[in-house]
Design a protein around this ligand. Structure first.
Ligand SMILES: [Zn+2]
Length: 461
């Protein structure tokens, strides 16, 4: 068995790895590149393999940087199965339909403004999404499934978002000793809200490990909750609104859950809370259908607490008129909206109204990838461009790392260290400094043969 990485190499988007086992070829994830215009332009590139040679795809989770190019794969001829957890099956349709809508809007904009992109058309359309969804097959955690003769797939709970999976592939063709490759997918934090802690597959001959936060540790949950309380207090005193850019899947549900958990302590009853994201609102339903996958605290919460998705002052805004109405509110509102990295979605309309107001607060609760609008604001830009205009950044910016859905450095190291014999590990899905830092810790503390995966370079398992 061997594999090579075709995306998420030195960056946190575009997850895609090609595996050869038992004479067959499999793709782990088929994610979209996100970030600058050039990054996103790479989504149209050739895949780096002949699409017709791929026997099956294994999808670790629904996030678009892991799933977003699947309809393009299908458009270019892929007809095999897409194996993933059944909860991801529920989420993926919502994600990909949204991606197809965005692609249509991008194409329309390009057509109107001319230039080299004007004649390209959308990356894919709703028909491609429908054809993709017909190929999706559910696999429960811990239930081995034959991908091909002698090649077995087992998914384990990655504790990152609902349905997220660690992918284990074993090759046992009887000709040599069995070999096992483990791909972490996006690994969650231990004791993260709602989802369970990441499982461990037991053993591996080689590991592909994400490294988003390979160079830092998050604050503890208790400190994070204190930090959030302080931000809300400050925001109330300064008389502005609080904007929270959040991914529709995972972050949004966890923020609402944190609100329910701390409703009285954070004095949330005095705020008007808006979830301004039609996609995130659809995702709430999928979460509610899968309470059996929640950790024990969350399962209890759904029975006993104020319902996290139905807080008394929570307003779910689906149509544009309702969303525009929020723009008229100058204080006392908490607005949760996508996209999580501010590179699209309704959050940009709220930013337009609040970037210049020192009394407003912007709270980042998720990773901001390089070259996104969110990252530029986090890095302290004085002004940013949106809708063809320049806006001064005068509002107060906060980053709450402890709410992240990704394991921090100690979480990643601890998870890896449980593999007996400390197998070779290829680091992916992290910016260069994060991967370097994690590799150093793995080598010095555990003597691990850790290396930074290189684009298109084959590695034996
Ligand atoms: Zn993810």
């Amino acid at each position: 068995m061997r594999f090579c990485s075709l995306g998420a190499v030195g960056e946190v988007t575009g997850s895609c790895h090609l595996v050869e086992a038992g004479g067959h070829r499999f793709l782990l994830d088929c994610g979209m590149h996100q970030g600058s215009r050039e990054d996103e332009g790479r989504n149209r590139d050739a895949f780096g393999f002949d699409v017709n040679t791929i026997d099956a795809v294994v999808l670790s989770h629904a996030h678009i940087d892991h799933s977003g190019r699947l309809p393009l794969l299908v458009r270019r001829g892929f007809r095999g199965p897409v194996w993933t957890h059944p909860a991801t099956e529920g989420l993926i349709g919502i994600m990909l339909e949204d991606a197809a809508n965005l692609a249509a809007m991008d194409a329309e904009r390009a057509r109107r403004f001319g230039g080299p992109q004007a004649t390209l058309g959308p990356l894919y359309d709703e028909g491609d999404v429908r054809r993709t969804l017909r190929l999706v097959r559910g696999v429960e955690y811990g239930t081995p499934r034959q991908l091909a003769p002698g090649v077995t797939l087992t998914l384990h709970d990655a504790g990152h978002i609902l349905g997220s999976a660690i992918v284990e592939i074993t090759e046992d063709t009887g000709q040599a000793a069995p070999r096992t490759l483990v791909f972490s997918g996006d690994l969650g934090m231990k004791d993260a809200p709602i989802v369970r802690s990441p499982e461990h597959p037991g053993r591996a001959d080689r590991v592909i490990l994400e490294s988003t936060y390979g160079d830092r540790n998050h604050r503890s949950r208790a400190n994070t909750e204190l930090e959030f309380l302080e931000i809300l207090e400050q925001a109330w005193e300064s008389g502005g609104n609080v904007l929270i850019p959040a991914f529709a899947v995972g972050r949004t549900q966890e923020v609402l859950y944190a609100f329910a958990r701390n409703f009285d302590r954070w004095n949330l009853g005095r705020w008007r809370i808006y979830l301004d994201s039609p996609m995130a609102i659809r995702v709430l339903e999928v979460y509610e259908k899968n309470v059996d996958l929640f950790d024990p605290e969350a399962a209890k919460a759904w029975r006993e607490w104020p319902h996290p998705f139905r807080l008394p002052n929570l307003h779910l805004t689906t149509d544009v008129a309702q969303s525009q109405h929020i723009n008229g509110i100058r204080s006392g509102a908490i607005i949760i909206a996508g996209s999580g990295m501010c590179n699209g979605g309704r959050i940009r309309h709220h930013l337009r109204h609040h970037l210049g107001r020192p009394q407003s607060h912007l709270v980042f609760v998720g990773y901001q990838a390089r070259d996104t609008l969110g990252r530029r604001i986090v890095d302290g830009a004085d002004s940013v461009r949106m809708f063809g205009e320049s806006f001064p950044v005068r509002l107060q910016v906060h980053t709450v790392g402890g709410l992240s859905a990704h394991a921090d450095q100690s979480g990643l190291v601890e998870w890896y260290a449980r593999f007996p014999g400390h197998p070779a590990v290829s680091l992916v899905h992290g910016e260069h400094s994060a991967r370097e830092a994690l590799a150093t810790v793995l080598r010095t503390r555990h003597g691990a043969p850790a290396e930074l995966a290189r684009l298109g370079e084959w590695q034996d398992v």
